[in-house]
Ligand binder design. Sequence first.
Ligand SMILES: *Cc1c(COP(=O)(O)O)cnc(C)c1O
Length: 417
Amino acid sequence: MHLFQYRRDQLFCEDIPVKKIAEEVGTPFYLYSFNTLSNHFKAFDDAFSPIPHITCFSLKSNSNLGILSIFAGLGGGADIMSGGELYRALKAGFSPKKITYAGPGKTTEEIEYALKNDILMFNLESSQEAECINKVAGKLGKKARIAFRVNPDVDPRTHPYISTGLKENKFGINIKKAMEEFKRANAMKNLDVAGVHEHIGSQITKIKPFTDTVKRVKEFIKELKEEGINIRYFDMGGGLGITYKDEKPPHPRELAKAVIPILNDLDCTFIFEPGRVIVGNAGILVSKVLYTKKSGDKNFVIVDAAMNDLIRPSLYGSYQEIIPVLKKRGAGSMVVDVVGPICESGDFLAKKRKVQVLRQGDLIAVMSAGAYGFTMSSNYNSRLRVPEVIVRGEKFCIARKRETYKDLVRGERRLEL
Ligand SMILES: *Cc1c(COP(=O)(O)O)cnc(C)c1O
C-alpha cells in the first residue's frame, strides 16, 4: 500500500497534489511519502517481532538523510557498503551498534573508519579480507566482530544482474568450503567470529528461495557451533521484491510466517537487510513532457527526466509504471516510447507503452522509483541531479536540493601545467 492516489483525477502524494509540488520545485524531482516509508518499515519490522532481530535498512537502495532519519527514529539499523554509506548512516542517527558492513572490496581506510566507530559487524567475502581486518583491528587495539557471507547456491529466480547467491556470482564464499574459512578466522587474535551472512539477490517474489537458503544456513550454523565457534548473529540479507507491474511478492508477514518456524531453535539474533521492499513503492519520479514527435510509425514522448536520473529501465530493462499527474477525461490513449534528453539510444523510461495521450507541458509520474532510483543517478551529460522531496500529510520538505552548475564542477579546475 502506498499513498500516491488520485483524488478527482489529480495525483496526490498523501494530502498534497503532486502538481502543486512540481510548480514549487520544478521538474524533474523524486517525491517520497513519509507515511508510506514509515508504514513499510514498521510492517517489516513488526513481522519479525516474535524473534530477536534488527532490521538494518540497506542504504544502497536509498540513502537520502531525510529518509534514513525516519528509519533511525523507528529504531532501525543500517546495512552499508562503503565508507560513504557509513558516514551517511552516522549522520542520519543510526546507532553504530546496529550497523552491518557488507561488500567484497572494503579498503583499509574504510575498515579503520568502521572499527573506530564500533559498528556491529563486518560481513566478509574472502580470506584476504579477514586477514586485512585482523591486521587493522590489531593496530587499533580492537577486536572486530565479523561474519562471513556464505553463498548457498540457491537460484532466487530474478534478473541475472541482481541475482547474487549462485556459485558463479562474485559474492560470498561457497558454503561447502566455508567451514575452513570460519575456523581460520576464529584463530585470528583480533577477530570475533560472531555471525553468518547471506544475501541471495534482489526483487525476489517467491518464498521458496528464502526458506531453502535459511534451512541450508541453519544447518551450517549448527555445525559451526559444534566446532565451538560462537555464532550469535544470523544475517539473512535483503531481497524481498515489490510490485512494479503484475508481480505478486509475499507480504513481509508471509515471509516471517514461513521462516520463523525454521529459525526458532537457533539461539541467534537475526538481522534483516531490506531495501527495495521498504522504499521502492514509497517514491516516484515526477517529470514533464518537453516535446512529442512521430518518427515513422513510432510516437516519442521526450521528457525532462533521463537515464541518468533513473537507470533501471536502461540497465535492467525494468518496467516502471508511468501515469499522468492529471487524468484527462476523454483524452484517449496512445502507444509511445518515453525517452529522455540524453544522447544515447538506451535513454528511455518506457518502450511501447500505452499511456494517456500526452502533450507538451503535461506532468507524468514514474511509479515505484524509490529504490535504486536516486542512489544510482549520475551527472552524465552534465545533467544536474534532481531534488528529493518528502511529503508528510499536507506538508513537504526538500530533503535534497536540485544541484546547480557550480555543484557540477566542484573540485575541478582548469589545467595549469
Ligand atoms: C543490495 C543488498 C541488500 C538490499 O537488497 P534489496 O533487494 O533492496 O532488499 C541487502 N543486503 C546486501 C548485502 C545487499 O547487497
